[in-house]
Design a protein around this ligand. Structure first.
Ligand code: PHE
Ligand code: ZN
Length: 868
């Protein structure tokens, strides 16, 4: 804990030193109790730096009960203990240490280390949670084999789980039971896990490519057994996919997943024992939306894929976090693209990148995917490290192609299996294995900011040549101006929309290597003046700053053979119209007349039955408010809201009949894409404000057989002040009162409503009996959703939205600093708003910084938000 006067230390990558000692083996005994939990650990030490004398172990909030070295108790005069360390002298090159500590998991509200969730014990050790269980060299480059014995009450905790394979279980003389687990794979302490509780177990099996039978178990709270099928199927698909795509086989006899209700993040890849936020495990059609199903599939895959990219090969230090996260996100994205519509998946991934990562990269908390310093590592589990990190891997994949990428990955696994490595070692392995020079490309690891790309072109009809000039500029002015190596996948469209380039791949696309600040590319034998389709498939995480003409975008929207770029063109067209419209907000010109060419293209798309319905739904959806805001000098939340809302209304009125047809034709369909299309139509119909469509929504709400349909309808009602609103909200609450994940949706729908009373609603919900700051999902569902998803009310001119957020941050600072810190970033965006709002936001940040017992987590986020 720190105050502004007592600033916490900054940790720098440049200070990295290999560990002075290593630990090769850990024998852990955990005696679970209601008052105290006792941890006895027996550690095999080895000196690693010749001159090292002092052993310095990490430890926080621990009661030390005993310390013995080589079996001899060390008296308190011969060790030193601080709030973060235990230090003593090493007797030799090799020695054993026994440590006994006592902790109180039942009082742990930060959900890091060993804690309780719904009466069950569970752990979260990444990044630095193991030091809250026992004293240890809690750093990822110290890798040890673990034997874990768990002891406790067999009635309260019939299941006792840890990493590895089960090595024994039974009853002790005193009536307690024990389970012993052996994990033969050396791992850092952050991958340690322990779970104990009275859980239900759903079991299945996977036969690996070398015919080994793996037991698969999913543990959930009793009563949820019937909500595990999708997670189990996703797990088996992931295991198969990793074998086929990357040749990676699972390496223990058992793979376990535990779903817990209280979890700071999405899930955790602990070796052989993944612990999940229940949101990413539990699903039934009545309780989970299609988007929830997709989330489960991708998070299950993500954690499973970590077994090779993260666990077998881990990070040398936490500055290398993107080594495992960027790579594993890329792998889970590839997997989901293979399982579902690849184009729609790509669109969703890019939307997420733009919504979460672009603002981060343009704001005070911008950092390269490999940061150079941090105060609190938990603050660096960011969209940049994860999502931009995945884009960086994807660019390499795009440049070398499928087969060579696989060769690079094979070499990476061969060379580094069992090691803790750096991103540099990864890049080198890919370079060697895939045979590509990544010298300049490496800059992506070191430069923050979203590159801005502008293009100009010229067609010479006499020589039939086309010249394309591309310029790059780093989005963060103070950064080195070194140009990046940017892969530009592109095609040229003729006036009829057909691809003009004949390419080997047959998709009309070529790959350009943009390596200079300004670079000219020439295309020969181009029969007519083309329209360029740039960055197909979003081949690089950049911003295209200069718009081609409306006609050109219009052609891309209607005809581009690359579906991603077709969608992108539609978004660009709409964004331009919506941004222009913000100018007329508040004037008598604000009546909405969408340009005819846009409406025409929209109609064409809407009625194109050859297109995947999920794609049509995505392309019919207007860009979100935050994305529109990103295109403006000063974000005008009210004008943006009005412009988007009135445009949706204009579309709804203009195409009322067609939209109704789409609605009717797709009603009751099982197909996910058709459901999406139908609910997109409903959104436009509801936007007309006509009573008929309130009834339609109310009716869909009542008759829905899936949560997707129910939530879609309820969302429309929640936007209104109609009596159907309260009726549906009450019904929803009483129907799902016992299902926490569904109740989260109930909070969120109200938190993001744009209706006038929304701020009051949110304040009222804060004191609702079902609201608690102790559950991260609940906090996200109300406070997080409001700050990130309700621009109009969060940025209310009164400043009430800001105050509300900082009040919650300060309250959470006391119980769960990680969650508190994650809520700070919306305030950090203050530079993007008008002077009054800037002042109000800064006032709140200062107020947070005045708090006496501010955690390092919140301190780092708030101080950087204010100063940088
Ligand atoms: N390593 C986890 C993942 O990305 C995320 C996580 C980080 C979970 C820190 C908990 C704590 O899969
Ligand atoms: Zn991960």
């Amino acid at each position: 804990m720190s105050t502004a006067a007592n600033k916490p230390a900054t940790i720098h990558l440049s200070d990295y030193q290999p560990p002075a000692f290593l630990i090769s083996d850990v024998q852990l005994t955990v005696e679970l109790g209601e008052e105290n939990t006792l941890i006895t650990s027996l550690l095999e030490f080895k000196r690693n730096a010749v001159d090292a004398r002092q052993v310095r172990l990490h430890g926080e909030n621990l009661a030390l009960k005993n310390l013995s070295v080589n079996g001899i108790p060390v008296p308190p005069t011969e060790y030193t203990l601080s709030t973060t360390e235990l230090c003593f002298l090493a007797p030799d090159d090799d020695f054993t240490v026994q440590i006994v500590t006592e902790i109180k998991p039942q009082e742990n509200t930060a959900l890091e280390g060993l804690y309780k969730s719904s009466g069950n014990f569970c752990t979260q050790c990444e990044a630095e949670g193991f030091r809250k269980i026992t004293y240890f060299l809690d750093r990822p480059d110290v890798m040890a084999t673990f034997t874990t014995t768990i002891i406790g009450d067999p009635d309260k905790y019939p299941f006792m789980l840890s990493n590895g394979n089960l090595d024994g279980q039974g009853l002790l003389h005193d009536g307690r039971q024990f389970y012993r687990w052996v994990d033969p794979h050396p791992k850092p302490a952050y991958l340690f896990a322990l779970v104990a509780g009275d859980l239900a177990c759903v079991e299945d099996e996977f036969v690996t490519m070398s015919d080994r039978r793996i037991k698969l178990q999913i543990f959930v709270e009793k009563g949820n057994e019937n909500k595990c099928a999708h997670a189990m199927t996703s797990l088996k698909k992931s295991m198969k996919w990793d074998e086929e795509k990357y040749g990676r086989e699972y390496d223990l006899d058992i793979f376990m997943i535990v779903a817990v209700g209280d979890f700071n993040m999405g899930a955790m890849e602990n070796k052989g024992l993944n612990v999940f936020n229940s949101k990413y495990v539990l699903a039934s059609t009545e309780t989970a939306t299609d988007a929830d199903y997709d989330g489960i599939e991708s998070v299950i895959a993500h954690e499973y894929f970590h077994n090779w990219t993260g666990n077998r090969i881990t990070c040398r230090d936490w500055f290398q976090l993107t080594l495992k996260e960027g790579l594993t996100v890329f792998r889970d994205q590839q997997f989901s693209a293979d399982m579902n519509s690849a184009a729609v998946k790509r669109i969703e991934d890019v939307q997420r990148l733009r919504a979460a990562q672009y603002p981060e990269d343009a704001g005070p908390l911008a950092h390269p995917i490999q940061p150079q310093s941090y105060v609190e590592i938990n603050n660096f589990y960011t969209a940049t490290v994860y999502e931009k990190g995945a884009e960086v891997i994807r660019m390499i994949h795009t440049m070398v192609g499928e087969d060579r990428f696989r060769k690079g990955m094979d070499l990476y696994f061969d060379r580094h299996d069992g090691q803790a490595v750096t991103t540099e070692e990864f890049v080198k392995a890919i370079e060697d294995g895939a045979d590509i020079d990544l010298t300049q490309f490496r800059r992506w690891y070191l430069q923050a900011g979203t590159p801005e790309i502008s293009v100009s072109d010229m067609y010479d009809g006499d020589s039939k040549t086309y010249h394309l000039t591309i310029t790059q500029k780093n989005g963060k002015a103070e950064d080195l101006s070194d140009p990046l190596h940017i892969p530009v996948r592109m095609g040229l469209l003729g006036q009829n929309g057909a691809d003009l380039l004949e390419t080997e791949t047959g998709d009309g696309s070529v790959l350009l290597d943009l390596t200079e600040k300004t670079q000219k590319f020439t295309f020969e034998n181009i029969a007519e003046k083309p329209v360029p389709s740039l960055f197909r498939g979003f081949s690089a995480p950049i911003k295209l700053s200069k718009n081609p003409s409306d006609d050109a975008i219009d052609l891309l929207f209607k005809k581009d053979s690359d579906l991603f770029n077709r969608w992108e063109a539609g978004q660009r067209l709409a964004t331009k119209i919506l941004v222009d419209l913000t100018d007329t907000f508040g004037t008598d010109k604000s009546a909405n007349n969408l340009p005819e060419y846009y409406l025409e293209a929209f109609a064409e798309l809407m009625n194109d039955h050859d297109l995947d319905p999920a794609f049509r739904a995505a392309a019919m959806t207007l860009p979100g408010e935050s994305y529109i805001g990103q295109q403006m000098q000063v974000v005008d939340v009210d004008a943006i809201h009005h412009s988007r809302k009135s445009s949706a209304k204009a579309i709804g009125l203009r195409f009322e009949k067609e939209l109704q047809e789409i609605y009717d034709r797709n009603l009751g369909q099982k197909d996910y894409g058709r459901r999406k299309l139908k609910n997109t139509a409903l959104s436009y119909l509801a936007a007309t404000g006509k009573e008929d469509y309130i009834s339609l929504s109310a009716n869909q709400y009542k008759t829905a057989t899936t949560m997707t349909d129910r939530v879609a309808a309820l969302a429309k009602l929640v936007e209104t002040d109609h009596s159907a609103r309260e009726e549906a909200l009450e019904d929803f609450y009483s129907r799902w009162e016992k299902d926490q994940l569904v109740i989260d949706k109930w909070f969120t729908l109200q938190a993001v409503s744009s209706r006038d009373k929304a701020m009051k609603d949110v304040e009222r919900l804060l004191s609702h009996s079902a609201f608690t700051l102790l559950n991260p999902n609940r906090v996200r569902s109300l406070v997080g959703a409001f700050a990130a998803g309700n621009a109009v009310h969060f940025h209310a001119k009164s400043g009430k939205g800001y105050q509300f957020l900082s009040d919650q941050i300060l309250a959470l600072n006391k119980t769960n600093p990680q969650i508190a810190a994650r809520l700070v970033s919306p305030l950090g965006q203050w530079r993007r708003y008008d002077a009054d709002r800037q002042q109000l936001m800064k006032t709140e940040l200062s107020r947070i910084l005045e708090e006496e017992n501010l955690s390092n987590h919140v301190y780092e986020m708030a101080s950087k938000s204010l100063d940088n």
